[in-house]
Write a protein that binds this ligand. Structure first.
Ligand code: ADP
Ligand code: ADP
Length: 218
């Protein structure tokens, strides 16, 4: 099944700016697609359309996912809530019973390597750890489609490499469909089985490159 199908998609804002034109993009479960391209070429707009946060003004978009998650560049954690209470938030909003959502939050924190840090508050955690909490909060819903807007852009190089390895491991385990914006071509190649190159104003897809999973990765 195709988790995300965009056909001939364009986006014009009320300001008159055309951010995207004629974008075709298909994602299936098990696809992890990175999006690279210069600032302003419409990468974030593409992600917002895929998430339903914004609507297309031309073409069609179809999302076949029970749950979609969105990871922002900034971890955007609630400072007055512990790590586990941050991860529980989505469950709370959806009315998941306490014991169930506590168990699922614990599982998600274990998955991102934060066992033992459940009760820490965001300000007590490093940048990489805060990003892990943010990823746990996104993945706790078991999304079929996970959208990442340059999540590792603000991390130092070592933490970033660790997070890449971590995300790759989680993805191999969970096999959702992923769409991942990055400014780093090496990060794109490391994480993905496809790299989309966008360019221009309005932005369009100028290359769609397959990278076999058995391509040598460090
Ligand atoms: P990227 O993520 O590749 O840097 P964006 O998707 O953020 O690109 O932006 C693409 C273009 O759309 C830019 O010209 C930007 O200024 C414009 N844009 C983005 N969001 C809005 C908005 N809400 N209203 C008007 N113009 C926008
Ligand atoms: P990025 O670095 O990811 O491209 P931006 O700094 O371009 O992010 O945009 C940050 C936010 O501001 C986004 O939510 C985007 O939609 C909005 N935005 C960008 N350009 C404009 C614009 N010209 N008018 C209104 N909103 C905009």
């Amino acid at each position: 099944t195709r988790t995300l199908v965009m056909e001939g998609v364009s986006k014009r804002f009320d300001t008159g700016t055309v951010a995207l034109t004629d974008v075709d993009l298909h994602l299936a479960a098990g696809d992890f697609v990175s999006v690279v391209g210069p600032s302003g070429c419409g990468k974030s707009t593409l992600l917002r359309l895929a998430s339903g946060l914004d609507h297309v003004t031309g073409g069609t978009i179809e999302v076949n996912a029970h749950s979609t998650s969105y990871v922002f560049q900034e971890p955007a954690l609630l400072e007055w809530r512990s790590a586990i209470r941050n991860v529980e938030l989505t469950g709370e909003l959806r009315g998941v019973p306490t014991s169930d959502r506590r168990a699922r939050a614990q599982e998600a924190l274990d998955l991102v390597g934060l066992t033992g840090f459940e009760q820490q508050f965001p300000r007590q955690l490093s940048g990489g750890m805060r990003m892990r909490v943010s990823i746990a909060r996104a993945l706790v819903t078991e999304p079929d489609l996970a959208l990442f807007d340059e999540p590792f852009g603000a991390l130092d190089e070592i933490t970033r490499l660790r997070m890449q390895t971590e995300l790759q491991r989680i993805f191999q385990l969970k096999q959702f469909a992923g769409l991942f914006i990055t400014h780093s071509v090496s990060e794109a190649v490391y994480l993905s089985n496809r790299v989309i190159v966008m360019s221009g104003r309005p932005g369009r897809v100028v290359a769609d490159i397959k990278i076999p999973w058995d391509y040598p990765r460090p």
